[in-house]
Write a protein that binds this ligand. Structure first.
Ligand code: ADP
Length: 482
């Protein structure tokens, strides 16, 4: 792992093309969508000429009609395939977005599951690299760096090798894009590099994120603690480990991992201006605003207003540690209200449904992705529970704190980097039932002592989770790449 020695920010205007599977507001299902929707604005503010490219899924086509600016062909699966390029701007009109459309691929977002359609994203990756030539010719915009994010863009470093420097940011190491090496034939990659990855062995499986880790000019991840966890062997039993080790072995030449903590979009996540709330509030009048919101919400749900109220917001995936909640369900139900919002793995959804049926007096669950409901929960609850078994960065704790909702989170990854235990939130030992129960007890007793609780909320709401500092770190990193 490497650290920045100094912030060496040059004045040369950088042209950076950021790419990934999702970007708010066009399409978002998780934290990556937030990041691709907000980091570009922060980079632009400090002088980076940044643009973003994502697939033009049908859901985006229906909600946002963008302008077509041209098309080009790529050679894929031994055929010439047409790529149409659409463009639009972000909500605040400052960032130019490009959308890649194809008749054969990318019309439906692949589900956030272990089923990974690597052929479809190989096509996307090829299209993104060729888009750089299109933009140079058609728009006189010359890309200096492609900033790739997660496995969906993991083949770009290999395709763009020797042409354009790449930064690969890992938002979640558990989704790796595993599939058949036939994908290399689709891309017509005869490059010996791909063979070198296999180190002389005959293999027919490819790990797309692994390819990205080996070939990217630099690799980063989304919090310093997660970077340490990656390097210190949290993944030593995982197939990705050989790629991580190889990268680290070569790190004198290539430089190792760096962790840059994500920020959140302070315009979007602002309880003072948020139109989705019942009542708006700020860091000085939050007590009144939050109480009113809590009252409305709990009345709607038929829950008691006198209890501390905890929410859970997130994907129903094993990563998110809902099993830890189940272990203390009786304790939570006896002391507090719990409201869960999320969707995903059907087995987890069913377990959570059973829990809410058992404790209907105090536990409610809504198994949907609902942006408005998320805003309502952030602004109405006293606590948010984040029992993740691992968490590369996590944005929900930052959003919650900005809305004066105190996180009770496991001490891992970015949760550890953004919460000060006992000061602006609570941290417990992941997987430990007793640690979670003791921490909940502590949180409830502090809640009863309103002056201490108020101090915690005051500190949480004033904490700086804006992108300002991290955007400077990214700019410095970009400068190292060119
Ligand atoms: P991850 O990227 O692992 O899903 P993060 O904490 O980084 O987790 O980001 C989650 C983002 O998705 C937050 O903006 C959160 O508000 C949002 N989110 C997650 N689940 C839901 C849901 N069911 N409804 C609305 N928003 C959700």
């Amino acid at each position: 792992m490497t650290h920045f020695k100094s912030l060496n920010i040059s004045d040369k205007k950088l042209h950076v093309l950021i790419t990934g599977y999702e970007a708010a507001p066009f399409y978002k299902r998780g934290g990556l969508g937030d990041v691709l929707g907000s980091l570009p604005t922060a980079l632009k503010k400090i002088g980076v000429d940044v643009r973003v490219v994502i697939p033009y899924y049908k859901v985006i086509q229906h909600a946002y009609i963008e302008k077509k600016i041209g098309d080009f062909f790529v050679r894929f699966d031994k055929k010439n395939k047409k790529v149409e390029v659409y463009t639009g701007t972000s909500n605040n009109k400052t960032i130019r977005f490009y959308f890649i459309k194809s008749d054969s691929y990318l019309s439906i977002p692949s589900p956030l599951s272990k089923i990974e359609n690597i052929d479809e994203f190989a096509f996307f990756d090829l299209a993104v690299v060729e888009l750089t030539s299109f933009l140079a010719k058609q728009c006189n915009w010359h890309v200096d760096i492609i900033h790739c994010n997660d496995w969906h863009t993991g083949l770009i470093p290999l395709i763009a090798k020797d042409r354009i420097p790449t930064l690969l940011t890992i938002h979640n190491l558990n989704y790796q894009g595993r599939g058949s090496t036939k994908v290399l034939d689709l891309l017509d990659i005869k490059d010996q590099d791909a063979k070198a990855l296999k180190r002389g062995k005959v293999v027919n499986q490819i790990n797309v994120l692994g390819e990205g880790i080996i070939h990217a000019t630099r690799v980063s991840t989304v919090s310093p603690t997660y970077a340490k966890e990656i390097v210190n062997g949290s993944y030593h039993r995982d197939p990705i480990n050989s790629f991580l080790l190889r990268r680290e072995e070569e790190s004198s030449k290539k430089k190792g991992f760096i962790g840059i903590l994500n920020g959140i979009d302070y315009n979007m996540w602002n309880p003072d201006h948020d139109r989705l709330l019942f009542h708006r509030y700020n860091a000085t009048n939050w007590q009144n605003g939050k109480n009113l919101n809590k009252k409305i919400l709990l009345e709607k749900l038929g829950l008691s207003i006198d209890r501390p109220t905890i929410c859970f917001i997130g994907r129903m995936a094993s990563q998110k540690g809902l099993d830890s909640i189940i272990k203390v369900e009786d304790f939570i139900a006896s002391e507090a209200n719990l409201i869960l919002l999320g969707s995903g793995d059907k087995r987890i959804e069913n377990t959570v449904l059973k829990m809410s049926a058992k404790y209907f007096g105090s536990i409610r669950v809504n198994l949907v992705y609902d942006e408005k409901m998320a805003h309502v929960l952030y602004s109405s609850c006293d606590f948010i529970i984040i029992p993740s078994h691992y968490e590369p960065c996590g944005l929900i704790q930052m959003i919650a704190m900005r809305y004066g909702t105190i996180p009770i989170a496991s001490a891992t990854g970015g949760l550890k980097d953004s919460i000060i235990n006992g000061t602006d939130g609570f941290l417990f030992k992941s997987y430990s039932k007793s640690s979670l129960k003791n921490t909940l007890m502590k949180a409830f007793s502090i809640y009863k002592n309103q002056s201490v609780y108020k101090k915690m909320v005051d500190l949480a709401m004033k904490k700086d989770f804006s992108w300002d500092r991290s955007a400077k770190l990214y700019k410095s990193l970009y400068n190292e790449l060119i």
